[in-house]
Write a protein that binds this ligand. Structure first.
Ligand code: C2E
Ligand code: MG
Ligand code: MG
Length: 388
């Protein structure tokens, strides 16, 4: 640390929906004169044991802040040079250990950096491994919430190796699940292993989290993840970790990465089916009468704002990149209508509607959902043929 021999390497991350580089993961190396470049697994456990982790983490955070500043300058210069072509803002993710969180080392420093406007909350993300969180929930929970309240995204790293229960997961303030590279690599070996990845992507969506995959080493794996709605990707297939200077060079080259919303459009049709099922469940519970159904099932909540619904967060978020596609634009009216109809359907159930009213309302909602699904299918066909 005194000799400044700890350096960060940056491994690019790509948005699978758009095929563009959106940032990098910072990975520490010890550049030792005698032994060359040492991997973190070799020296981090020693740093932790000898009580040096606290200082090491702060030093690395300083390096990331410098890197972020340079990336921001690049972004600002780019938009000055050509206001019509905005340069993608970069986000750097940093790995932390439970002690970094329990001691508030990271969050105290980040708070200062944000207050001094030295970084924006979107410049930085925090990664912590699933096993580290699950073994230390009580020690890290408050700090995770604190970071989240500052607008910092938090990723659960190596997801699939730490035995988290879905119940625990839904209560922790994670923004993204980063699938473990072992899980990603095994995908190609059997149908079951493929299904594990597919359900992890769907689970992330249902919990309102982003799905990220690491350890992607081939085009086959990259394309499968893209087709199933995984949102971000990292791995040797895209690029190996590299020095910051090399990362800047990497950004200035016009790389082509495949990107498509096709997987996300498929997820949107699943969102609609889940929405319909939620309404059906509420109707079914009403028929059963009081006291024999789960309250959250009998009386579900639909946010007033369609933008906050699962499908709305795609449509009004990243989906907007398809705003020049007719079948995308024409979905908006039905989307708003089916959302409003769902809310009135629940109100009618609460006030005790007749069987005829129920039948009529369900039919109306089904017409809207049917039309939305067929528009999503059209969009899928279009994305297939245009490779957009
Ligand atoms: P991680 O956060 O899961 O990082 C991903 C690891 O996988 C990195 O190893 C990266 O070089 C490697 N990797 C990336 N793409 C591929 C691929 O396509 N194939 C294969 N086989 N490997 C790939 P690395 O740099 O040796 O880091 C190991 C672990 O050390 C990291 O795992 C992270 O948990 C920890 N670590 C790294 N830097 C830091 C740090 O600054 N602080 C803390 N607390 N932990 C760190
Ligand atoms: Mg990581
Ligand atoms: Mg990992």
């Amino acid at each position: 640390m005194h000799n400044n021999e700890l350096v960060l390497y940056y491994q690019p991350k790509v948005c699978l929906l758009r095929g563009v580089v959106i940032g990098a993961e910072a990975l520490v190396r010890w550049s030792d004169r005698e032994h060359g470049l040492l991997a973190p697994d070799v020296f981090l456990p020693l740093a932790e044991k000898s009580g040096l982790l606290h200082d090491l983490t702060l030093k690395l955070l300083d390096q990331i802040v410098d890197a972020s500043k340079q990336l921001r300058e690049r972004e600002e210069l780019g938009s000055l040079a050509n206001p019509a072509l905005s340069v993608e803002p970069m986000s750097i993710s940093m790995n932390v250990a439970p002690n970094d969180l329990a001691s508030r080392t990271i969050s105290n420093r980040i708070k200062e950096l944000l207050a001094g406007r030295e970084i924006r909350s979107t410049d930085l993300q925090i990664e912590i491994t699933e096993s580290a969180v699950m073994g230390n929930v009580d020690r890290v929970y408050d700090d995770l919430c604190r970071l989240k309240s500052m607008g910092i995204k938090i990723l659960m790293d190596d997801f699939g190796t730490g035995y988290s229960s879905i119940d625990r997961l839904s209560q922790l303030p994670f923004d993204a699940l980063k699938l473990d590279q072992g899980v990603v690599k095994r995908m190609g070996t059997s149908r079951q292993n493929l299904d594990v990845v597919r359900s992890a992507i769907s689970m992330a969506r249902e919990l309102g989290m982003t799905s990220v995959a690491e350890g992607i080493e081939s085009a086959e794996i990259y394309n499968f993840l893209l087709a199933h709605g995984c949102e971000e990707a990292q791995g040797y297939f895209i690029a190996h970790p590299m020095s910051f200077a090399d990362f800047q060079d990497f950004l200035s080259v016009n790389h082509h990465f495949e990107g498509s919303q096709i997987g996300r459009v498929h997820q949107a049709s699943l969102d609609l089916l889940r929405y319909r099922k939620m309404l059906m469940d509420a109707a079914f519970c009403a028929r059963l009468g009081q006291g024999v159904s789960l309250k959250s099932v009998a009386d579900p909540e639909i946010d007033f704002d369609v933008r906050r619904s699962p499908i709305g967060s795609w449509y009004y978020g990243v989906g907007q990149q398809l705003a020049d596609v007719e079948s995308f634009v024409s979905m908006e009216d039905s989307l708003r209508k089916v959302h409003a109809d769902g809310r009135s359907f629940l109100q009618l159930i609460r006030s005790g509607m007749s069987a005829t009213e129920l039948e009529q309302s369900i039919s109306n909602i089904d017409i809207q959902i049917g039309s939305l699904i067929s528009q999503l299918h059209k969009l899928e066909h279009l994305l297939l043929t245009s490779r957009a």
